[in-house]
Each structure stands twice: as C-alpha cells, then as structure tokens.
Write a protein that binds this ligand. Structure first.
Ligand code: CA
Length: 419
C-alpha cells in the first residue's frame, strides 16, 4: 500500500510524519484552553473532540473524546478503533465531500501544546533487546555470564512507576540517590553522576484482561505504540539492583512521544522476531510477525550547542515482541488494564553506532562518545535528548513526533544530605 492522499496537502509529503496512513492519537491545547483529544494530519491537529461535539464523529453511541486522554476510546474496543480510522479516512481523503465541515477543526501543530496522550494505568519495563542485554551483562558480570540463564526463555522485566511517565518536552531533573562507596567505605548520597537514557518503544495496552492470554490475544489487545526514553541513573542502579532489580535508578522519569501510533497504522511494517536461539515454550511462541520495522535514532544537544545523533537502530532488533511480553505478563493471572504501558527494553543494534544507551555507547564511561563541541560518557546538565522514529512505506512515513527531554541540574542538597 502506498500513500493515501489527503486534501490536507501537507499530509502528502514523502518525508512527513503524519500522512493519512498514520492518524496518531494525541491530546492538545491551544492558547490556554482545556486539553482535548486530537489526531495529527500533516502540519495540523484535527480536533476530533470538536468533530464529536458537532455530531460529525460518533463513536460507540456516546461521547468518548470529550476528555483529555484516549483511555475511553481504548476501552471501547478494537471495533471502535477500526471505525474511528475508517471515519477519519473518509473525512480526510482527497476529494472528500466532508471537507468543508471538517476543515474548521484543523489546528496548526505550531499553535498546539501537546500533553500526555493517555492516562498511564501502570508501567512495566522489559529487557528484551539481545544486544543491550549482552552489552550490559558483559560490563556488569563479564562476557561469559552476560545473558542471565532465563533470558532466552522469558522476556524479563520489572514493574516501574506510572506516576513519573511524562510527555515529550517535560524537563527531567537529575536525581539524587545512594551510590556505592570505594571498596569498604560507606555508600554516599549524592546527585547521580552517571545519568543516562534508554532508547525504547512503548506498547499501549488498550484492552483489559482477566487471567492468562495467548500471544495472539495479547497482540489484539495492543492499541498502539509510542517512543519511550527510560531515563536511568547507572550509579544508583549498580548499587541497588541486586537481588530485586532496578528501583530508584529508573523511577525519576520515563518520557514518551506525544502521539500514540495505532497498531493498524503499523500493520504494513510487521516483521518476525529474530530466529530463536533455543525454542520457546509453546505459550510464548508467536503465531505470526509481531514486531515492526521502525527506524529509530537518538540525538543529544548540549545547552547552546549543536545536535549530534548518538545512535541509529531499529525496533526489529528486539528478541521479544510486545505481544510476547504482554502474554508473559498475564501468566501469573495478573490482570492487565486499559492504559497499561509496556517498555520494550533498550533497542540496541549489533554495531557500536546502533547502541541505545550511553552506558553502552561509552562502554561504562571508558570510551567517551565524541559529540559536536565535546564528548560524553553520561548526560550533563542542560543536555536535551531527542528520540525519533518512523516506519518507511512506499512514498510515505509513519512518525511518532519527537520524544524529547532536557536534563535539569539536581536540586541542591534537598534534605540536608550533604551535611
Ligand atoms: Ca529500560
């Protein structure tokens, strides 16, 4: 399938992010008005809440878009998701008879402030990139023990914090934490000196579950995908993570892109997970391709400086799909909720320039990365990190919008800790 042409001319550009094929879901406001649901098309946000108010968009018989989040639409289920796309496709298609009615609901993206697109019910972060797991394991435990013995059998993860998931553009303050002291000295409490990013994708769960679901059922439960930066304090992580895994090192913030790209927009880009190195048990096997070919990059811009792309990789590098992760999550009987967010794990490719964290790019700080006007082992105050991603179709792209955040200096001695 090629580009679906729209009467919104800016939606027909080959390298634009928001063609009619995409229709990603966000929440926006203009000039201090209340935030409302919108869909990106070309250089505009389509005010779908306004369309609903005007009676032009009726979903599931009731208002679903008059709230500043997409959870109500998700909860209405996959048939409603499909009818939303069909209706918007009809409105925005080149030559649509509805143009005159719809056009007043277009707001220039440049006038819009973007907000969190959904209420994050709970947040789970996985560790499903083989290159990332091998690299980090090699640094922390040596190359012989790099992959934990369970790694090729289950998608391992930890329960993160929904409360600190923020939308692109939100500044992120360098955390304080307890870090290991030298040799037998006491640990110290200080601002993190090894603050890092993790380039990930996030899957947004759109259907609730009770009890265990299959991988195919899990795939059907996913509403869409976002870009995700799992900010990580490596010095805090190294001290705290044994034996229960990451805790405060990952709790500061998780930044997501402002647009949820619906799974339907990504259908043409499905790819299989890589060949299994050992067979998976039946309950985790994929029945079809459930990963996506999505080109990803992360760029760093120092305060007042020029941007450098740190890494380019692809979501297809993951060893486990979000559907496998979600199915695994339910094996315990754990109910999944509308608005659950699943982090993929850091997406690192096989080469040095495709690693998805500074920990790997600088190899634990031993090989600082050259950037325009300097070098980095870890993040410095004032650095802005921007994740970008797109799926490349024939003559069009499916984009997510930038997923950006700037590092603010740590608070000074927040609880008199330095005394
Ligand atoms: Ca992570």
């Amino acid at each position: 399938m090629g580009l679906i042409r729209s009467w919104v001319e800016s939606a027909n550009q080959a390298e634009g992010q928001f063609p009619l094929n995409n229709l990603p879901c966000g929440v926006f406001s203009v000039a201090g008005d209340e935030p409302r649901c919108g869909v990106a098309i070309g250089d505009f946000v389509l005010d779908v809440a306004g369309l609903e108010e005007a009676g032009l968009l009726v979903l599931d018989g009731g208002p679903l878009l008059d709230v500043p989040f997409w959870n109500d639409v998700m909860e209405a289920g996959p048939e409603v998701w499909a009818s939303l796309r069909a209706r918007l496709g009809k409105m925005l298609h080149e030559g649509s008879a509805l143009r005159a009615e719809v056009e007043p609901c277009l707001v220039p993206l440049s006038d819009a402030t973007l907000h969190m697109p959904f209420l994050v019910a709970e947040y789970t972060d996985f560790y499903a990139g083989r290159n990332h797991a091998f690299n980090v394991g090699s640094m922390f435990r040596g190359p012989e023990n790099a992959l934990p013995p369970n790694w090729l059998h289950i998608p391992i993860g930890y329960n993160g914090r929904a409360s600190s998931v923020v939308v692109s553009g939100t500044p992120v303050r360098r955390p304080w934490g307890q870090v290991k002291g030298p040799d037998h000295a006491l640990p110290s409490f200080q601002p993190s000196r090894r603050f890092d990013l993790e380039l990930e994708m996030g899957a947004v769960v759109g259907c609730a579950s009770e009890g265990m679901v299959s991988v195919a059922e899990a795939d059907a439960m996913i509403f869409g995908y976002v870009l995700l930066n799992d900010w990580s304090a490596r010095d805090i992580q190294a001290w705290e993570y044994q034996p229960l895994g990451p805790f405060q090192a990952k709790a500061t913030a998780t930044t997501i892109s402002p647009w949820i790209v619906m799974k339907a927009a990504l259908e043409p880009f499905r790819v299989s997970t890589p060949d299994r190195e050992v067979p998976l048990l039946p309950h985790l096997q994929e029945m079809g391709p459930m990963l996506y070919d999505i080109a990803l990059e992360v760029a760093l811009q120092p305060e007042g400086g020029a941007e450098t792309v740190l890494s380019r990789t692809n979501y297809a590098e993951m060893y486990y799909s979000a559907a496998q992760q979600l199915a695994h999550h339910t094996t315990s009987g754990c109910p999944m909720t509308v608005g659950d967010l699943l982090g993929s794990g850091t997406v690192s490719g096989p080469t040095k320039d495709s690693r998805g964290s500074l920990l790997e790019l600088s190899w634990g700080g031993k090989e600082p990365v050259e950037i325009t006007g300097g070098r980095r082992s870890f993040l410095e105050d004032g650095d802005t990190l921007t994740l970008r991603g797109h799926a490349q179709g024939a003559g069009y792209r499916i984009g997510f919008g930038d997923c950006a955040g700037r590092v603010l200096a740590a608070h000074k001695d927040p609880v008199g800790a330095g005394r």
